[in-house]
Design a protein around this ligand. Structure first.
Ligand SMILES: O=P(O)(O)OC[C@H]1O[C@H](O)[C@H](O)[C@@H](O)[C@@H]1O
Length: 535
């Protein structure tokens, strides 16, 4: 009896907390519920000055401040959906680029721009990685219509088998495929490799690659030069002041979406309206600030809890992967803006509900409590009516019930969660979701005092990879010079890298597996016993 009274009181208190913290925006059709994050009023009070600073930082950023000091760059992704905000003549560049995209797409769709070897372009092949892939992939998965005028395919890696899979799928349609090569820097090796592999595939079929190729890159980049030299079909600009992971509303996202027949003006409008809502310098009136508060609470301002993204809608499957880059590349930083070592970040993962309830949600409910969940709820089940799968209940009712049930089951076991609710998945709501998270990341970065707009850590892996490839060249040369089987130790000495035996061993093992003129002999369980020869 006592237990049930106290449960009743809990329910009442929770309902009140729900109403107190519920954010709703009529124009956006957006609800945000952070009531199941157990922060206290005193935390909110403590964070007030930090939020005031965060709002000021964001206003300065939108006003054209050098918000990315390490790279001495402005940060202008908010201008992409509201060019009037952009300083100097940048607004005009944004407007011109959008017009250029729309004109190009219209000409491709109408058959005014055609490939030399086919009556029309039928498919898109997008080559790019990271920020030059994840946005277009997420948007395609969420919004590409079944009867799209041009379905899209992606190469986002330097995996030869992965590239073959995409090329095989395209098969004969390569001759009617428009290839978009996207790289802001124009020098990312994976993208360069993908482009060269695809070009080779075109040449094997005697197809004129440049007449199928479009570049999206910064002026003056290697890709820009190559496209110009080879006479590619078109080129669209990437702006210095837009980072890859926030480039969905630049040509990077808009060209691919528009070619697929997705309403890009509606995407931009959704983002612009979300920006208006998230610009308000008042915590309770600002959904991005509320998200940032919830993240701060969850991880103690230090990312101590992971962000699990659970959209209960198949078409939003790639949202977590998209957010993984946006959040982790923006917030995962060794030092703060004062140069202090802070090792910040929030780990992001997730897939979709209710699917994940049959997999890792077991651990979320009962295992290590090192996360908070974010449910993305979509009110509309489908277009049209649903059958009843049992009296009075549809498949969509199940999905909705499973979301509510999981939220409750987690909360009952002291696991926190956020719920973001949108009416349906449309270009408008996808635009708003991206903009909402872009702003939340920006605000949170201010709260924890990190630069959200650079990625120095990514460089370390790239440099190490370059040195491995350099070592490969030297090892192959040394092997040829040796002219007879030699030990790995000897080869490392001959290659001028006596400290790199392990790396050399792995290079050789890989070359051998791919019939690249290397043979290893000896006990493979004891690599130090191996001798290597040219085969
Ligand atoms: O567009 P790109 O210059 O080719 O860059 C592609 C990606 O690679 C880099 O390593 C960065 O970490 C990402 O932020 C970027 O989006």
């Amino acid at each position: 009896m006592v237990a049930s009274v106290s449960k009743e009181m809990d329910t009442q208190a929770l309902w009140k907390r729900y109403e107190d913290w519920l954010y709703y925006h009529e124009g956006l059709g957006l609800y945000l519920d952070i009531s199941r994050m157990r922060f206290t009023d005193s935390l909110v009070e403590t964070l007030k000055p930090k939020f005031e600073k965060a709002f000021q930082d964001m206003a300065a950023l939108e006003g054209g401040a050098i918000a990315n000091p390490d790279e001495n760059r402005m940060v202008g992704h908010y201008w992409l959906r509201d060019p009037d905000l952009a300083p100097l003549s940048l607004g005009q560049e944004i407007i011109d680029t959008l017009k250029q995209i729309e004109t190009f797409v219209q000409k491709v769709h109408s058959g005014e721009i055609v490939p030399p070897e086919a009556p029309k372009f039928t498919d898109i092949l997008s080559i790019g990685i990271g920020g030059s892939a994840l946005g277009p992939q997420f948007v395609a998965e969420a919004l590409s219509p079944l009867d799209s005028p041009m379905p899209i395919h992606f190469i986002d890696n330097t995996d030869p088998a992965g590239i073959d899979r995409v090329l095989n799928k395209l098969g004969d349609r390569l001759k009617s495929t428009l290839v978009i090569v996207t790289s802001k820097s124009g020098g990312t090796p994976e993208t360069r490799n993908g482009m060269l592999e695809v070009k080779h595939a075109y040449e094997l079929q005697n197809l004129n690659f440049p007449k199928h190729a479009v570049a999206i890159t910064m002026q003056g980049s290697k890709l820009d030069e190559l496209g110009g030299m080879e006479g590619w079909v078109a080129e669209f600009p990437m702006f210095d002041w837009v980072g890859g992971r926030t480039s969905q509303f630049s040509a990077v996202g808009l060209l691919a979406a528009s070619l697929q027949g997705i309403d890009v003006r509606a995407i931009l409008q959704g983002a612009k309206d979300a920006d208006s809502a998230t610009r308000i310098p008042d915590l309770k009136q600002n959904p991005a600030a509320l998200l940032a508060l919830a993240w701060y609470y969850a991880g103690n301002g230090k990312g101590e809890r992971d962000m699990v993204i659970l959209p209960y809608k198949d078409s939003l499957l790639l949202f977590s992967r998209y957010l993984q880059q946006l959040v982790m590349e923006s917030l995962g930083k060794e030092t703060d803006l004062d140069g202090k070592v802070v090792n910040q970040g929030i780990a992001v993962y997730g897939n979709k509900g209710s699917t994940d309830q049959h997999a890792y949600v077991q651990q979320l409910r009962e295992g290590v409590p090192n996360f908070f969940a974010t449910f993305i709820e979509v009110l509309q089940d489908r277009e049209g009516d649903s059958i009843e799968v049992e009296p009075g209940a549809t498949s969509g009712d199940y999905l909705s019930g499973l979301l509510q049930g999981t939220r409750r089951a987690l909360y009952d076991n002291r696991r926190d969660s956020i719920v973001i609710t949108i009416p349906e998945v449309t270009p408008y709501t996808v635009g708003l979701l991206i903009a909402l998270y872009e702003r939340a990341v920006g605000l949170y970065a201010s709260l924890v005092n990190v630069n959200a707009y650079h990625q120095p850590g990514v460089e370390a892996g790239k440099k190490a990879a370059a040195s491995v490839l350099d070592l490969q060249t030297r090892a192959i040369a040394a092997l040829k010079d040796a002219g007879q089987p030699i030990s790995l130790t000897e080869l490392a000495i001959q290659a001028g890298a006596p400290d790199e035996i392990e790396t050399i061993y792995k290079i050789l093992r890989h070359l051998e597996a791919n019939d690249r003129g290397v043979r290893l002999e000896g006990d493979r369980a004891k690599p130090s016993s191996l001798t290597v020869s040219a085969s």
